[in-house]
Design a protein around this ligand. Sequence first.
Ligand code: NAI
Length: 340
Amino acid sequence: MTRSVTLIPGDGIGPSITDATVRLLDAAGADISWDRQLAGAAAVAAVNDPIPEATLASIKKNKLALKGPLETALGKGFRSINVALRQAFELYANVRPAKTVLTGLKFSGVDIVLVRENTEGLYIGIENYIKIGDDPMAAAQSMAVITRFGSERIIRYAFEYAKAHGRKKVSLVHKANILKYSQGLFLEVGRSIAKEYEGVVACEEKIVDACAMELVIKPERFDVIVTTNLFGDILSDLTSGLVGGLGLTPGANIGKDVAIFEAVHGTAPDIAGKGIANPTAVMLAACQLLDHIGDTPRASRVKNAIEKTLRERTALTGDVGGTATTEQFTDAVIGNLSAA
Ligand code: NAI
C-alpha cells in the first residue's frame, strides 16, 4: 500500500539533501507518495508563516513526515519551529542512533541508540525572575516537571525499542542522588518497568555524570540509553560526536499518532546552494521512517548501502574528508543498493 508522507524540504541545504533522499528511496523501490509542504524561512517567504496551517494539516493527515533542517526566524514568536512541531504533535520520544561507520575516528565499535524524553523536564518553559530589593532580576528559576505518565511512556518506549530491535540492554540514566523527587520518580518508574523485561532486555542504572565519562572511555559497552529531556539533549550530541559528528546522525521524533524524522544538523548556510552537503543524516532518518512503518528489510538495505559508501571512502563529501558532491555521493549509494 502506498504511504503518503509529508515532505518538508526545509531551508539552506535542506532541499538538496531531501531531494537526494527521495531519489535514493525511489531507487530502493519504497512505495511512498511525497506530499511536499513548506516550513521555516521558505514558508515565511511564501506565506509569511513559519508553520503554515496547510503543513500542520498535512502532517496530521499523513501522520508521518520527513523534514530537512529549518531556519528559525528570530522574533516571530517561536523559540524554535522544531520545538513547536514537537509540542503540536506531542512527539514525546526523540530517538537518535549513533553508530561507528567511518574508520579513522577516535572511537570505534559504537552502536548506541539514545532515547530522550522530549516533552517534560526542564523544557516545559516555566521560568521566572525573582525580585530581591531593587533588583527585579536578582534571581531566576526554571521548573523541571517529571511525571509518572511521561516517565512510563518514554521508558517503556525504550524497552520496547530494544526488544523489537534485538538489543540487549537499556541504561537508565538519571541524577536521582541529588534531584531526589523529579529524577527519583523517573528512576523509580524505570526500575518497575525494567522488572517486566527481565530475561529479555537487561537494565542498568547510571548517574548521568558517570555515564558521560564512561561514554568517552568505553562507548562500545552502551546499547540503548533512556533519559530525561536535558540529559538526553546533551548526551545525544555527545554520542553523535563519538561517531563523526552531527552530519551523520539522524533523529526520529515519535508521538502516539505522528512521527517526524529529520537530520540532527541545521541548515548549513555556509555551504547552501553549492551542492556539496552531506545527505547521510536525512537518508538515515528516512531509514528510521521505513523501519517505523514496518518496511524494515528495505530500511536495512538502504542503511547498508549508505554505510558501504561511507566505508569505501571513494565518494565522500567534504565534511567527512572527501571531494564528492551531494549528487555524486547519492549516485554511489544508489549504486551500492544492489550489493546491500
Ligand atoms: P549547522 O548544523 O547548520 O552547521 C554547523 C556546521 O556543520 C557548518 O559548518 C555546516 O556547513 C556543517 N554542516 C551541517 N550539516 C552539514 C551537512 N549535511 N553536510 C555538510 N556540512 C554540514 O548549525 P548552525 O550553523 O548552528 O545553524 C544554522 C541554522 O540551522 C540556524 O538557523 C539554526 O536555527 C538552524 N538549525 C536547524 C535545525 C533543525 O531544523 N533541526 C537544527 C540545528 C540548527
